[in-house]
Design a protein around this ligand. Structure first.
Ligand code: SAM
Length: 483
């Protein structure tokens, strides 16, 4: 039976509730009066504490997703843009994945790391290699990484992951530093999550892949990941282990997107109901071609319009949750969805183990790659492209380092301090990037942008302090200012 507060996967991601939700959404998909009232409910409202949004339930948001009336779809997009603007402004946080090891004992049928794939060379970075990769990433300008590894208790035990995190944080090459390490590793125990927390990780990311239990079991036919309940309940264990920033995601293309969408929101509602804080981020990967993987065998692939609609509806349903797209998506798709609610993107990514060090920006090794990267531009090109499109690339990692994790980050949104906090932080970290790593043209565009945007910090004292810090970054070699 559906119970949002139950700790059992099949109760909080309840199949009957999802089916009832989809039926309700189908019945109401042309109910303009209901749709208008949902859009009104979700609209940002000024309150005594700043601007607040109520979000929508999984049932309500599913009606928006099912609606195919063009005029209503336009209104859904407009509201998604309004919410994105209210909480995230034009800022887009940058990150890169770092693949540590592709050893894996699972048999996930969509993933090239599956144990039966004999085509792919297996590789695990030594600590020296981690160091080289991190220096290469720092030299590109990255400050935030997501580490990735296959599941293999012998080759990639938790001790190995912890050692890598320690190595990553310890490296200070020139003005470089990795200030936030997010972790995307297989579901594990409360004790191991507590160890990751102690190692100072940012977000713990784990994609559900699919919320549909039967499909899940077929797509993960063997190995520890086969266990649907253990995987689905992982975020509860992570939170019990003290991690309060967790990142959800579905691998779109595996099962029916409307089912996944309802499941994803039910998972978010569950975390909020049980732990008092929803997911920090939601990722929206789509299945890609890879060694031994043909994405066309998964017949639930979604087109770019559906993808954009999903992103807009997630933005409306969970307004305080960041949304991430990776370089699985190409430039034009990224362009289409950025304004609808995306708050973080990767840039200059390599999905192979050891893909950064020793390769120039246009050389990429494919042998150990996890999937084809569609956006193959360098970080500098992505940063410049974002700025030309009216966005502010941000390398900010301040919130988690200032202890603003979990619900404390939401509080910042609610008291309307974003423009006094996130905005100058984005500009100061962008200035660091421009001074240390950017091409001449990117630097010119960026410094003009900063000069314009710094005037939009509402609080005068804060604005003046940020202007001083910017000068110190540019002229005195100082780094790492944050509010
Ligand atoms: N091994 C960990 C696990 O099982 O959760 C996480 C790391 S895995 C490297 C990261 C994610 O890549 C997976 O959760 C999956 O969603 C995604 N992925 C796997 N194969 C893919 C493919 N062919 N195309 C796109 N994404 C894929």
């Amino acid at each position: 039976m559906y119970d949002v507060k139950s700790l059992k996967a099949e109760d909080f991601i309840n199949d009957e509730e999802i089916k009832a939700t989809l039926a309700y959404a189908e019945e109401n998909k042309h109910n303009k009066e209901l749709i208008e009232s949902l859009l009104e409910k979700a609209r940002p409202k000024k309150t005594g504490r700043g601007v607040e949004c109520s979000g929508l339930t999984h049932r309500e948001a599913s009606v928006l997703l099912a609606c195919d009336l063009p005029e209503m779809t336009e209104k859904i997009y407009a509201l998604a843009r309004e919410i994105k603007e209210a909480f995230y402004g034009d800022r887009i946080v940058m990150f890169a994945p770092l693949y540590l090891s592709n050893y894996c004992v699972n048999k996930c049928v969509y993933c090239p790391y599956h144990i039966q794939n004999k085509e792919i060379p297996r590789k695990k970075l030594t600590q020296d290699e981690v160091r080289e990769e991190v220096i290469a990433l720092q030299d590109m300008g990255h400050k935030r990484l997501a580490i990735e590894a296959g599941e293999d208790p012998v080759n990639n035990p938790i001790e190995y992951i912890l050692e890598c995190i320690k190595t990553i944080y310890s490296i200070k090459h020139k003005n470089g530093a990795i200030r936030r390490v997010n972790v995307n590793i297989a579901a594990t125990t409360v004790e191991n999550y507590a160890k990751l927390k102690d190692a100072g990780i940012g977000t713990y990311i784990l994609f559900q892949e699919t919320y549909h239990k039967e499909s899940y079991e077929k797509l993960h036919p063997a190995g520890p990941k086969h266990n649907y309940a253990y995987h689905t309940e992982a975020m509860d264990r992570a939170m019990d282990g003290g991690i309060d920033d967790v990142g959800l995601g579905v691998l779109f293309g595996l099962d029916m997107y409307k089912y996944e969408f309802a499941g994803l929101l039910m998972h978010a509602e569950h975390l909020e109901a049980v732990h008092g804080v929803g997911p920090h981020t939601i990722s929206v990967p789509r299945v890609k071609r890879a060694s031994d993987i043909d994405p066309t065998v998964f017949d639930n692939g979604i087109d770019d319009d559906t993808f954009a609609k999903i992103i807009a509806c997630i933005r409306i349903a969970v307004p305080y949750t960041g949304m991430i797209i990776s370089t699985r998506e190409n430039e034009s798709c990224r362009d289409k969805v950025l304004g609808l609610g995306i708050s973080q993107i990767s840039g200059g990514s390599r999905t192979s183990v050891g893909g950064y060090a020793g390769y120039s920006a246009d050389e990429r090794p494919h042998d150990t790659e996890q999937f084809d990267v569609s956006d193959q531009r360098s970080l500098d090109e992505v940063v410049q492209w974002l700025m030309k499109g009216g966005y502010i690339p941000s390398f900010c990692t301040a919130c988690y380092r200032e202890g603003r994790t979990g619900d404390r980050f939401m509080a910042l949104c609610k008291v309307g301090q974003i423009q006094n906090c996130c905005h100058p932080n984005a500009l100061m970290t962008l200035q660091e990037y421009l001074t240390d790593y950017a091409s001449t043209e990117t630097r010119k565009i960026g410094e003009e942008l900063i000069a314009r945007e710094i005037l939009n910090v509402p609080d005068e004292k804060r604005r003046n302090r940020a202007i001083e810090y910017l000068t110190e970054i540019k002229n005195e070699g100082k780094r790492d200012f944050r509010f």
